[in-house]
Design a protein around this ligand. Structure first.
Ligand SMILES: Cc1cc2nc3c(=O)[nH]c(=O)nc-3n(C[C@H](O)[C@H](O)[C@H](O)COP(=O)(O)O)c2cc1C
Length: 190
């Protein structure tokens, strides 16, 4: 469409304006105006715990902002990066699902002892009055569960598995002639 080439030559914000003007003047237009989503997708660094045939697993608090938003919109994108000399990145797009409780338990018990009361003490994604409150809550959690080995996993803390739909492997090479290879899951024959 000629409009597409015009689009690539000017700034997106200008286009927003011109689209809005067209709409206001009720001129016929081949484009549909889509309002910009009020949600800005959040980006977070997480520890990739495992990656196998089933998917890629990380753990978090299920009341955290990221988890709440991910439960509402489970399509997610992950990016793994290795700086030089490895100079690689792997992008993964897929759907996040809750990890089975037994696997979340297993990981929780592998965490260092000091990290387990933190899962109880930290009101995830909530504002606290300061560091003192956080440390007080941590001490309270320690008193509540004096035996390190018996600190249970809070019900709202657990893992997510991202089941990949596509992978993109990127390899840094000489002279910026990079390799970029994309794999997409084949449709399951019906
Ligand atoms: C190296 C690194 C690893 C992290 N790993 C995790 C993780 O595995 N799980 C997690 O919930 N947050 C992890 N975080 C913290 C998150 O990036 C994020 O700041 C935090 O979870 C709060 O997110 P929220 O806005 O959803 O509350 C990590 C941060 C860094 C810098």
């Amino acid at each position: 469409m000629p409009q597409t080439s015009a689009m690539t030559r000017s700034r997106p914000s200008r286009h927003g304006c011109s689209w809005r003007e067209r709409r206001a003047t009720r001129q016929p237009t081949p484009w549909r105006w889509r309002p910009r989503s009020p949600q800005v997708p959040p980006v977070r660094i997480v520890l990739l715990r495992t990656a196998d045939r089933e998917g890629l697993v990380f753990h978090t608090h299920r009341l955290s902002r990221k988890a709440v938003e991910m439960e509402a919109h489970p399509e997610v994108a992950l990016l793994l990066h290795w700086n030089r000399p490895i100079h690689r990145q792997v992008g993964v797009e897929g759907r996040a699902e809750r990890l089975e409780d037994e696997l979340s338990d297993a990981y929780f018990f592998e965490r260092p002892a000091g990290g387990r009361p933190s899962a109880w003490a930290s009101p995830q994604s909530q504002v606290v009055s300061g560091r003192d409150e956080l440390e007080r809550r941590w001490q309270e959690a320690r008193c509540r569960f004096p035996d390190d080995g018996a600190i249970p996993r809070p019900a709202e803390w657990g893992g997510y598995r991202v089941v990949p739909e596509c992978f993109e492997f990127w390899q840094g090479r000489e002279d910026r002639l990079y390799d970029r290879i994309r794999f997409r899951r084949a449709a399951t024959p019906g």
